[in-house]
Ligand binder design. Sequence first.
Ligand code: NAD
Length: 493
Amino acid sequence: MQRYQLYINGEWVDPASGAWLDSTDPFSGDAWCQIPRGGAADVDAAVEAAHQAFASGPWPRMSATQRGAILRQLAALLEANAEHIGRIEQRDNGKLITEVLNQARGAAQWFYYYAGLADKVTGQVVPMPNPETLNLVKYEPLGVIAAITPWNSPLTLTSWKVAPALAAGNVVVIKPSEFTSASLLEFARLCGEAGLPPGVVNVVTGYGAEVGEPLVRHRRVAKVAFTGGDAAGQRINEIVASDLKKVTLELGGKSANIVYDDADMEQAVMGAVAGIFSAAGQTCMAGSRLLLQDSIHDAFVARLRAVVEDARIGDPRDAQTQIGPIATRPQFDKILSYIDIATSEGARCIAGGGALTGEGFGQGQFVAPTIFVDVLPSMRIAQEEVFGPVLSVLRFKDEEEAVRIANDVQFGLAGAVWTRDLHRAMWTADRLQAGTVWVNNYRATSFTTPFGGYKRSGIGREGGIDAIKEYLQTKSIWVTTQPKRKNPFVMGG
Ligand code: NAD
């Protein structure tokens, strides 16, 4: 069995604990590799290496054009190794091979995009009230960035942070999920090959409490970029607040997929399926609430149920499979408990409703695609994130009611509206409290546009030009061009 090491200061090292954790294939149930069980001492070593690389190394001092060239090299290596890394990641999180390979190739695109942006972040010369003053606004990197990521899309979500952070001239310490660290240790190898100086990228694996928290608390960490659940996000936010560190948080969701009576029914059904059953619902942007206008409710649900009952469920390495296993045992148990909660609240299950076992279902970490109707907005199944293939169907009578139900949750990550009427679409999109709104589509993302949450879905944005500013701080420089004698006791420019 392959045994990985930590990547610190450009070298592969054993964890101080001398202990390793098994990484398990969710489909076969087999432990297939071991990742180091890092701890506070390893975090210290990684942050110190990163700090040295920032304080005295070449990375923040080289031209932004040079940094961009090295990041382009990293992007090319990622592209060339996408198949290898994708297959490794797939063994850890059990996602469909087709999706994981797309994600691995997509990660390279994030590095190309921010490599190109590195030397296009310009400052400003600002007109001043006193014309004898030249004022320059410039942007500087923050320093050591802690990137902490979950198990559902490890390489993708790490790229969303690391690509802009590096392009801006920062250094990073990555803490992957304890369930899916292998692909990020492979990524670290490519960072060395691409010519990133030692200490610029470090990876420390292990548990949230043993690696994540010491990293968040470390006095040399300038910013925490976190993707994960809202409970861990809130805890991290509390810790960084006490140190006044910067933070971006990409958290959970309970996104509404709104279908009006004039929608293209077949397209909208496919959108509902993509929203909740792709990645077996283990996606932050899942359209876990389907809001159907009264007049189409029954026909829509019947068609949706037929599509879902036809889904090919099984081995995620088979390119024909449409729904794979649940990535972790705790998540599998959590999903089943939410099915019980929904039933006890009075929601009516019309598809799925439990685990799938037997031939073709590996070690049994499968949940049948599940649809609940008669869901009321106040039910827990309509309010809380399940992070699995469990859909709550709610009814509405008109636009006002659709928007009221959609916004009546603590989350605000994404949402969609299905209609042929442009005015209806825009009226709804304008009123949805969500960082991303799709019109007649679901679950599209791109490095070119911002992604992030309203309300409890997070703080800050990833993707697009502005996201690089999340990794920069602003300096205003005042230059006196015409020295004049002034009253030194009175403030002014
Ligand atoms: P999680 O919050 O349990 O863990 C995420 C990461 O944080 C892991 O690396 C974990 O080890 C670490 N961690 C946990 N507690 C910590 C602490 N106290 N201090 C520091 N680090 C800590 O989430 P998960 O179960 O791995 O992932 C599922 C969650 O991620 C879902 O809620 C999902 O919505 C969310 N998610 C959000 C987005 C987004 O972009 N908004 C994307 C994907 C997943």
